[in-house]
Write a protein that binds this ligand. Structure first.
Ligand SMILES: C[S@@+](CC[C@H](N)C(=O)[O-])C[C@H]1O[C@@H](n2cnc3c(N)ncnc32)[C@H](O)[C@@H]1O
Ligand code: SF4
Ligand code: SF4
Length: 382
């Protein structure tokens, strides 16, 4: 099998500019694959996909950014909202305040989307909803893994039981964030209304057991803590709690509440100077890697350096928006009005190369945001 052959990378030869970058990625991926048994278990195509993602997404390399803008290669990474059903009422989440009717995406529609991305390398399967309530969610993940796509999700572990964990490990799902924003049951109950701390703790431990039983490095288990007024005092304790859980935690990520919408305004909290550093230090003491999300930066990054538009987010009804950072503002109507199209009505190629996407990308490149980016909390036109 020739690693530089496009067929193993899931597609046909693209244009010459794309070819140069992709061959460089393929070269790095091959070297990594040959020297690392973890990658060998995953296979060469997966390794290529992973290094493709690492090279392009969230890059600050001016050469790659220039290439992305000039060539606008067809997306290799997407996020799909597989459901908007949810039976929890988390105090910080827009879903709790919606009046929109909830919906599951069918497996058929999910596959219709996947079929439009034959060279897809990475997928996020989290929307604003409780993924495991969708009966088709497991087959959706399995289908992605059958295509060697890197699969990432966020979940609160309320319904992710041992049987599901075992299947996910067997299929090689790649990364899962545990959405847990408290160090104690008391604080958890205040934020994650209608969940169950004890069941969640049991499911996390069982997930780790499933990995150990099957002797698998994957899925990587990360923890996600959204900082708000009700839990900021527990950040350090949170790391101790994870340490005591004694599970294989790859990293803990702290985020801010993305948008300050009316219903959660009072929960928003500024992160005092020195807090981030203190928590990172605490992690080091415990041997836990800690990161702060890009959305918690004190100064916004320049708009021109945004590469997040290369990972479109697709709503359960097919609405296409440029990225996931426009979620969690409790204004789905605005998101639909400013959307770039609907994948169930138009071929994605038409949307991607259409007027709206083109103008939005030009706006980012020129530092003049179009309506889709004017509410951005990460990038600014400075
Ligand atoms: C919307 S949830 C959907 C998946 C699943 N229901 C869960 O709770 O993990 C995805 C992630 O968004 C986070 N989240 C919820 N509200 C948020 C907010 N206002 N700002 C930033 N992230 C938020 C959740 O904690 C979770 O990690
Ligand atoms: S954070 Fe997740 S579980 Fe909580 S309300 Fe939102 S979608 Fe539901
Ligand atoms: S909304 Fe922000 S992160 Fe998303 S594409 Fe626009 S500038 Fe980038």
């Amino acid at each position: 099998m020739n690693p530089l052959d496009y067929t193993i990378r899931g597609g046909c030869s693209p244009n010459p500019q794309t070819e140069i970058i992709e061959l460089q990625v393929a070269d790095v991926a091959l070297k990594q694959y040959l020297s690392n048994t973890l990658y060998q278990k995953k296979g060469l195509k997966w390794t290529y996909n992973w290094f493709h993602f690492l090279t392009h997404y969230s890059t600050s390399d001016p050469q790659i950014l220039k290439y992305l803008h000039e060539v606008r290669p067809y997306p290799s990474y997407i996020e799909i909202e597989t459901t908007t059903h949810c039976n929890m009422e988390c105090s910080i989440c827009e879903h709790t305040y919606w009046d929109e009717e909830c919906k599951h995406m069918s497996l058929e529609n999910f596959n219709k989307i996947l079929d439009q991305f034959p060279e897809l390398k990475w997928i996020g399967v989290t929307g604003i909803g409780q993924s495991f309530l969708n009966k088709d969610f497991m087959p959706m993940m399995k289908g992605c893994k059958d295509r060697d796509i890197y699969v990432e999700l966020f979940d609160n572990f309320r319904y992710l039981n041992y049987e599901k964990a075992k299947d996910m490990v067997k299929w090689g799902v790649d990364k899962i964030y545990v959405s847990l924003d408290a160090a104690t049951k008391e604080t958890y109950d205040k934020i994650r209304v209608n969940s169950d701390w004890d069941v969640v703790m049991k499911n996390i431990k069982n997930f780790d057991c499933a990995k150990k039983e099957l002797n698998s490095y994957w899925p990587e288990l990360w923890f996600h803590f959204v900082v708000c007024k009700d839990n900021i005092h527990e950040c350090e304790k949170y790391l101790e709690m994870i340490n005591d859980l004694n599970v294989d935690c790859k990293q803990v990520q702290f985020s801010r509440m993305l948008h300050k919408f009316k219903e959660i305004e009072d929960k928003f909290v500024e992160i005092p100077d020195g807090t981030k550093e203190k928590i990172i230090e605490k992690g080091k003491d415990l041997g836990i890697k800690v990161s702060w999300n890009i959305d918690s930066a004190d100064v916004k990054c320049p708009l021109k350096s945004c590469a997040l538009w290369t990972m479109p987010f697709i709503f359960v009804d097919g609405t296409v928006i440029p990225c996931c950072s426009m979620n969690e503002q409790n204004d789905r109507n605005w998101q639909r009005e400013t959307s770039l199209g609907n994948i169930f009505k138009d071929d994605f190629r038409k949307i991607w190369y259409g007027d709206k996407y083109t103008k939005m990308c030009e706006g980012i490149m020129n530092g003049n945001p179009t309506c889709q980016c004017e509410r951005c909390v990460i990038y600014d036109k400075n």
